[in-house]
Design a protein around this ligand. Structure first.
Ligand SMILES: [Zn+2]
Length: 105
């Protein structure tokens, strides 16, 4: 069973997981920091990965991820930005993060 989705930007992995959950696609997150036990693994290797529990769902899951990526791209085109501190999406017109008040990088 190969890994389905991986991104060094952890918030993306969890957003994809949420989308898959919403679509009732059985999947799990591995290397979840919340579970601890990172041990001697280098930080880069310990970013979470999403695994499908049933390969069956791959086409549908891929479609969901593609849509998600397109959303991200179109929001980048609008000039939306992601807070470097708390990873929250902010609209182009915001000069500071609406969530944590950090200045836009
Ligand atoms: Zn923020």
């Amino acid at each position: 069973m190969p890994v389905f989705y991986y991104d060094a930007q952890v918030f993306k992995v969890f957003q994809v997981k949420q989308l898959l959950d919403d679509a009732d696609i059985p999947c799990m997150v591995k290397n979840d920091f919340a579970q601890g036990a990172v041990g001697e693994i280098a930080p880069l290797d310990s970013a979470p990965e999403i695994w499908l529990l049933d390969e069956h769902w791959r086409v549908k899951a891929q479609q969901i991820v593609d849509d998600f990526m397109q959303d991200i791209e179109s929001s980048l085109e609008r000039g939306d930005w992601i807070c470097g501190k708390c990873q929250t999406d902010n609209e182009a017109s915001f000069g500071i993060c609406w969530s944590c008040q950090s200045e836009r990088a």
